[in-house]
Design a binder for this molecule. Structure first.
Ligand code: SF4
Ligand code: SF4
Length: 173
């Protein structure tokens, strides 16, 4: 089991995108829709951390896909859910940046309204830190690189980076 994965889990254990419950605004749309979706891609080795849960995990293009019933034990949620709606991309210079995940555009109001609704700074930092920790595991670093390429490709169309980077200028109270 990857120590980097465990550290990334811990960094994102309690922190949330807003200091209030963002699910109260959208009725927890990411969880509701995930129950009908193809699922969340797991980081390499992550399945070992999820042993004993009720999730369904199956092989797919690019790795293992997890599906849930729309509810889970938060302490056992996968990394994709801990980081959503951000993702730690690896830049060509080898730096890690937390960016809005364009794959969440349709689902998540925080992505669509990124120009108007700043995120919790501590959450943004935790996603970035988790990304840095994950780069210390070669398999996770390779996975981050592939995902980063996919995100960059989508962002060429959506241009979310031009709207607003995901860090609040002032701390949200
Ligand atoms: S869809 Fe976005 S706003 Fe709604 S609960 Fe998920 S992360 Fe929060
Ligand atoms: S695994 Fe949990 S946090 Fe992730 S989408 Fe399903 S219910 Fe929501």
């Amino acid at each position: 089991m990857s120590n980097a994965l465990e550290r990334a889990y811990a960094l994102l254990e309690d922190i949330t995108p807003l200091t209030t419950d963002c699910g109260a605004v959208c009725d927890g749309r990411c969880c509701r829709e995930s129950a009908d979706s193809e699922g969340m891609l797991l980081f390499p080795g992550e399945e070992a951390l999820l042993a004993g849960t009720d999730f369904t995990i199956r092989p797919a293009d690019g790795g293992l896909l997890l599906t849930c019933g729309g509810g889970c034990d938060r302490r056992k949620r996968p990394l994709a859910c801990r980081m959503f709606p951000l993702f730690p991309v690896l830049t060509e210079e080898g730096r890690v940046k937390a960016v809005y995940d364009p794959r969440g555009y349709r689902m998540c109001p925080l992505v669509r309204e990124c120009a108007h609704v700043p995120l919790n700074r501590d959450f943004v930092r935790a996603v970035r830190r988790a990304g840095r920790v994950l780069t210390t595991d070669p398999a996770c670093a390779a996975f981050l690189r592939l995902q980063s390429e996919e995100i960059a490709e989508l962002n060429r169309l959506l241009k979310l980076e031009e709207e607003r980077p995901p860090i609040a200028r002032r701390k949200i109270r």
